[in-house]
Ligand binder design. Structure first.
Ligand SMILES: Cc1cc2nc3c(=O)[nH]c(=O)nc-3n(C[C@H](O)[C@H](O)[C@H](O)COP(=O)(O)OP(=O)(O)OC[C@H]3O[C@@H](n4cnc5c(N)ncnc54)[C@H](O)[C@@H]3O)c2cc1C
Length: 489
């Protein structure tokens, strides 16, 4: 039993008595029980339940897989997220380049949990966790838990480069993707207005930082935009006007994939006229000029940063439980070290074991498998049964570089080209939540396959870069719009 801030803690023994919580409607609990057991007053209203309560923070791949595993079981599940929708991050780059509309890759939690009688969703931002008293504090009020699961994922890591963060854009939310889209469309329009050649160059040059899957896929999609869309939409430009740079600090692209995939990706990008700058890193950016560590300067008003992520954690977790990358160190049963009833899954979790000395890769498959496995662990724990430890089954990796070109590493089978791209398309289509979204994306891809035509490229909000552009939280949107109405309106 832990006493992090001097408060008595509910340990596993207390958890067996599931009537320890103070319920919104307390008529059915006798005064004696109340007196004996009432520890916490939930400020967030939830249905009455005598089942143990599992609070899940974050409805990403990991959180949703856990919800699926706990649905219709004798457990009260409360899913909290700052957004009311799940985001399909692997296709953010297609929204950013106007290939897909945002609502086709996000899915409302309320639709996801429809019919799941034991699951509630609450739209709130978790600010702090008081593990000693089993309470979660959100911007909408507090609530108690018997088991807490952190599935909060990661946010963009600019590695402390303030100017880059202020003037560039990350790609870690649907909001970021829309910011990129609007930045791009506004700058292309402005480029038709300006008579200054240098400014026009800066407006039409794009620098993508980071040669991982997100950077590579973004570079490929932008290059195709330049090749097929630009001449149609902006006939006044020569199609060579748009320069795309991909900057990668290491010596290879897609470093987590095979050498073959890495080399093929480089070839594909070069074929699409992307200028790949290897062993070079961005050191500064003032909004118009990108500087790299080699002394190179690139005129560009478009900088997209995909070079790193860091765990996003609410306050209240012991420092000893946080490891490199701001991840939570968990044992092989996904329990956060130093806690009895706090678990972590997905990108935020780091199981440091023999087969994963740096923690598992921060990819969707790991998140889904951990969420699903944790549902079994929790149900077993509640039933007093032992559980198997988590073992990651690597199903392989895929990445695409524009249309009809992709690389695939499936165990010993490594291939590239059209079939890899077909496989990439099928896997992604099947993974998107919701039948309607699958149809929307499928139709969009089918039209674009034959015509290269993409979604309507309309500017429906005025994007201004600046220090608010990269803030992940929903509550900062509110502060931002009330004080600065024009930013991201
Ligand atoms: C651009 C891009 C492309 C990618 N491409 C691929 C790919 O092709 N293949 C692949 O396998 N992986 C890919 N990934 C990685 C993959 O998306 C992640 O590994 C996966 O999303 C992790 O899932 P998660 O559930 O841990 O976290 P997330 O999916 O990030 O979900 C975290 C959730 O927690 C919520 N949240 C966070 N903090 C709070 C808080 N304080 N209060 C309330 N809610 C909170 C967030 O709103 C979010 O809904 C990509 C990622 C990016 C950014």
């Amino acid at each position: 039993m832990f006493h992090h801030d001097g408060e008595p803690t509910l340990g596993p023994a207390d958890l067996k008595n599931h009537k320890t919580r103070f319920y919104m409607n307390t008529d059915h609990i006798s005064d004696k029980t109340m007196e004996a057991n009432c520890k916490v007053n939930d400020e967030i209203c939830l249905p009455d339940s005598f089942s143990p309560r599992v609070v899940i923070i974050g409805g990403g791949f990991a959180g949703l897989a856990l919800v699926e595993g706990l649905k219709m079981k004798d457990v009260q599940v409360v899913l909290i997220d700052r957004n009311n929708f799940h985001q399909f991050q692997p296709l953010f780059y297609q929204v950013a380049t106007s290939g897909l509309e945002p609502d086709s890759i996000v899915f409302p939690f309320r639709k996801q949990i429809k019919g799941y009688k034991n699951v509630s969703f609450r739209l709130a931002e978790v600010e702090e966790i008081k593990c000693a008293s089993n309470i979660v504090i959100t911007d909408k009020g507090s609530l108690s838990y018997d088991y807490l699961v952190l599935a909060t994922g990661t946010k963009t890591n600019f590695f402390g480069m303030e100017h880059v963060e202020r003037n560039g854009l990350g790609m870690k939310s649907i909001r970021d993707s829309l910011n990129i889209r609007h930045m791009m469309l506004q700058n292309l329009e402005q480029a038709t207005i300006t008579c200054d050649d240098e400014e026009r160059d800066a407006l039409t040059n794009f620098v993508i930082v980071g040669g991982g899957p997100a950077g590579v896929e973004m570079a490929g999609a932008l290059a195709e935009f330049c090749k097929y869309i630009l001449p149609k939409d902006y006939p006044e430009y020569p199609h060579t006007i748009m320069n795309i740079y991909l900057v990668e600090a290491s010596g290879e692209l897609l470093a987590t994939m095979s050498d073959k995939a890495s080399a093929k990706t480089l070839k594909y990008l070069k074929d699409l006229n992307v200028q790949v700058l290897m062993k070079e890193s961005v050191s500064d950016y003032n909004g118009s000029v990108v500087r790299t560590n080699t002394g190179r300067t690139i005129l560009a008003k478009n900088l997209i940063w995909t070079a790193g992520v860091t765990g996003q954690l609410p306050k209240g977790i012991n420092k000893e439980s946080i490891i490199r990358g701001n991840r939570l160190t968990t044992d092989q049963y996904l329990k956060v070290k130093g806690y009895n009833n706090v678990y972590a899954i997905g990108d935020i979790a780091g199981i440091i074991a023999k087969d994963s000395p740096q923690g598992h890769p921060q990819v969707a498959q790991v998140a889904i498998q951990q969420g699903s496995h944790l549902s079994k662990i929790l149900l077993n724990t509640m039933a007093g049964k032992p559980s198997k430890h988590f073992e990651y089954k690597d199903k392989g990796a895929l990445a695409t570089v524009g249309k009809r070109r992709a690389v695939a590493d499936l165990g010993k089978l490594k291939f590239a080209g059209y079939f890899a791209w077909l496989l990439w398309s099928i896997v992604h289509l099947m993974s998107i939540s919701g039948f309607r979204n699958k149809i929307l994306v499928g139709l969009n891809w089918a039209v674009s396959y034959f015509s290269y035509e993409k979604s309507n490229r309309v500017i429906i909000r005025n994007f201004k870069p600046g220090r608010f552009a990269n803030m992940p939280s929903k509550s900062t949107d509110i502060k931002e719009t009330s004080s600065k109405p024009k930013i991201n309106a």
